[in-house]
Design a protein around this ligand. Structure first.
Ligand code: XIL
Length: 732
């Protein structure tokens, strides 16, 4: 993760701009879908900053605890309205709708209703009378502001236990065997709804429960509501609490539950949404706190993905879902404890990444069906069917890991942390990127239960300081790096050279054009041609193999030579000593060590062992990303060595830079610094800096060329194209 951060930081440092989604609250983003609610405590509605946050993000409020029977009505004749009133008043003053929660529940209830003054159990008629008075009093008090009530909460059993009585199968009790049920059977449910309806015929009345996506409990809830409705009980809506976790429920189960409930009710509210970063779920009051601290990045990715998926399902059902309420304002307030990290706002009330994922959804992707023309990625290992790529640029992955809890592919839509795969019933994990990937080459890896591994389906490429999996998304212009049968090819060989300055042998890959070593001319006049040399550097995290393998530098040259577009030259690709540079220190990177190795050791070695034209005007240096930083530093300090300079997503030169290099050449025979200055980047990397620099250089009279790779970011297609554009300008 750190390495990825370095790569991203580097990209940002160099060029990148940001694409900010419009600043608006969750409620605004979802105005065409459903209300966005939040459960609050008294502190939330009396602390200025939190009040402001509620107002900007939410348009429905639920009292987390303060309207529950135990809070407002702890003993017969005793009413505590303080906290409930402050929440209701906050809503009145700010024009925010209030969900009433809750009138009848086995927990946090007015348990005194079950016994008389001497502690003896009362008859159910007495209980009903007390319940009716309670419901009428509370509902009447908040009638003006409460638009719906959770009338009965959690009356259905989680795990009914079937039994055998006298050898006969007796199905388990679908109802929770609460004091209410023991006294009244399921009649208390009907009574509670009737009392609420009497008190406010305009309020929408909900049955509210957790784990309502689990098929068994879903069906028990469905059967109960259906039975009640058939008896004429006024149940208008079903509340799906939604205390979920990062592993489940699945989109399919949520979708199926909503679909099923909507056969019975016109209103579904997601009443208590939070997503734990462990395996627990539901509304039970026993749970673990804090074992997920600090939150591993892969767990964060799973949570981001789960929020993304469930909101996609909710949006799909906007016809029937009219409110989605987060259970608490921030992780700091969460009933699950701050270390379960369950909400979009962190303990400082700052929006987390997942906040943006929820808010800045792309409606076009919601109903989009991916084209089913997937083919194995061209970089796959022999015989491997996956990963696959379709004609739109979507990538699909498949990993067999039957006992894994989570599989994440690091490749996905920008900023999402990757593509989370889902397991099918055979233990096979599959997933497709949420949108099309940029064309060209991408590094990626898998994270299986937190462990980083490569995809066994595809080849490995050195990037991020390790051999990463690679995938190739077809590009419209991919012909220029294809391996053609109808042309002559050069060679790429691995060359070892002694490097006293680093105390080691170092390695370079050397591309020789197809005509290298061939005799030209006839008879005694026949001789071997000598070639100019381009020293071409890779980026941070990469090495000497990157340009030839994932960069296809050799193929690009072969094709350009075959088409007569370039004068053949040698390319030397050495390791640029980039990878020990620590995060945060790139700004003070000098490239001094590499300069010594390159200029004092490698260049002389190449000139001695290859047929080169060994002078500045036959020597170019270019590099991508951090290799561009090296190129800039070294060409400016050693303008007598290199005559053509190229920065590919690797910063820019300014006229004063070139003048300083000219200063170093003063008094020399040829005071010119560079014949060609080439600068490029992807259109998604903030290309204005390139344009400005090239304009400034041209105005100052230098021969500068800019190139912007359309539709690409800080990745290899940008640099392949840059090489294609730059090569014809060299050594002319
Ligand atoms: C929780 C509150 O958030 C906690 O502060 C309290 O201690 C227990 O109740 N299902 C519900 C909510 O319907 O009322 C519960 O709220 C969470 C589970």
């Amino acid at each position: 993760m750190k390495k990825l951060t370095v790569r991203l930081a580097l990209a940002t440092l160099l060029l990148i701009g940001s694409n900010n989604a419009g600043a608006q609250g969750l409620k605004d983003a979802y105005k065409d879908y459903f209300s966005i609610g939040v459960a609050v405590n008294k502190r939330n509605v009396t602390t200025d900053s939190q009040m402001a946050l509620i107002k900007s993000e939410f348009n429905s409020v639920t009292a987390e605890n303060d309207m529950k029977p135990v809070s407002v009505h702890p003993a017969e004749g005793v009413w505590n309205w303080g906290a409930a009133d402050s929440i209701a008043n906050y809503c009145r003053e700010n024009g925010i709708k209030l969900r009433g929660h809750c009138l009848c529940w086995h927990s946090q209830f007015s348990d005194w209703m079950f016994t008389d003054k001497k502690g003896r159990p009362v008859k159910k008629e007495v209980f009903y009378q007390r319940l009716r008075e309670h419901i009428h009093t509370v509902v009447n008090r908040y009638k003006d502001i409460v638009y719906c009530w959770d009338v009965v909460n959690e009356a259905i059993e989680d795990n009914p236990r079937p039994s055998f009585v006298d050898g006969k199968f007796v199905p388990g009790n679908p109802y929770r065997e609460s004091r209410h049920w023991k006294l009244c059977g399921d009649e208390f449910i009907a009574k509670a709804f009737e009392f609420a309806h009497e008190a406010d015929p305009n309020a929408l009345l909900f049955y509210n429960d957790y784990n309502g996506c689990e098929p068994g409990k879903r069906d028990r809830i469905y059967n109960m509501v259906k039975k009640m409705q058939e008896q004429g009980v006024p149940i208008h809506g079903i509340g799906m609490q939604g205390h979920y976790n990062i592993y489940g429920p699945s989109e399919e189960d949520i979708d199926a539950a909503i679909t099923k409930y909507s056969e019975l009710v016109k209103h579904i509210h997601v009443t208590e949404l939070d997503i734990r970063t462990n395996t627990e779920m539901g509304g039970q009051l026993r749970f673990s706190r804090g074992e997920a601290k600090p939150l591993a990045p892969y767990l964060q990715t799973l949570q981001d993905d789960q929020y993304n998926r469930i909101f996609r399902v909710f949006r799909k059902h906007r016809d029937v879902i009219d409110c989605v309420t987060f259970w608490n304002l921030s992780d700091r307030d969460s009933w699950l404890g701050v270390n379960n990290h369950p909400l979009p706002f962190d303990e400082q009330y700052k929006p987390k990444k997942v906040y943006n994922i929820i808010r800045d959804f792309n409606p076009a992707l919601d109903n989009y069906t991916v084209k089913e023309d997937f083919r194995p990625n061209v970089m796959n290992q022999p015989g491997q069917e996956y990963p696959q790529v379709n004609s739109e640029g979507y990538a699909r992955f498949r990993i067999v890991a039957p006992d894994a809890k989570s599989v994440i592919v690091s490749l996905g839509l920008g900023g999402r942390g990757g593509t989370v795969l889902r397991k099918d019933k055979d233990g096979v994990w599959t997933g497709t990127t949420e949108g099309p990937m940029d064309p060209g080459f991408h590094y990626y890896h898998l994270t299986i239960d937190g462990a980083v591994v490569n995809d066994p389906g595809t080849h490995n490429y050195f990037g991020s300081c390790r051999w990463e999996s690679g995938i190739e998304i077809p590009a419209p212009d991919e012909d220029f790096y294809q391996c053609r049968m109808d042309i002559a090819h050069g060679t790429i060989s691995e060359v070892l050279f002694p490097s006293p300055s680093t105390g080691d042998m170092q390695r370079a890959m050397v591309y020789l054009p197809p005509t290298y070593g061939k005799l030209t001319g006839k008879g005694v006049k026949a001789k071997q041609e000598r070639f100019p040399v381009l020293y071409l550097q890779h980026g941070w995290g990469e090495n000497e193999t990157s340009w030839s393998k994932q960069g296809h530098a050799g193929l690009i040259m072969d094709n350009l030579i075959a088409e007569g577009k370039v004068k053949p030259f040698i390319i030397v690709m050495a390791y640029g000593l980039t990878n020990n540079v620590k995060f945060g220190t790139i700004g003070s990177f000098t490239a001094k060590e590499f300069e010594t190795m390159l200029v004092e050791e490698l260049v002389p070695f190449i000139d001695k062992n290859f047929l080169t034209k060994a002078d500045k005007w036959n020597r170019a240096m270019a590099g991508l990303s951090m290799g561009g930083i090296e190129t800039k530093l070294i060409t400016l300090r050693r303008p007598e060595v290199f005559g053509y300079w190229g920065l590919l997503s690797g910063g820019t030169y300014m006229p004063e830079d070139i003048r300083s290099a000219e200063g170093r050449l003063q008094g020399k025979k040829d005071p010119k610094a560079a014949k060609v200055i080439f600068e490029s980047c992807g259109s998604k990397e903030g290309p204005d800096r390139i344009r400005q620099s090239v304009d400034a250089l041209k105005t100052a009279g230098y021969n500068a060329h800019g190139y912007i790779s359309e539709g690409t970011a800080h990745e290899f297609l940008t640099w392949r194209r840059s090489l294609r554009e730059m090569a014809p300008m060299l050594f002319k």
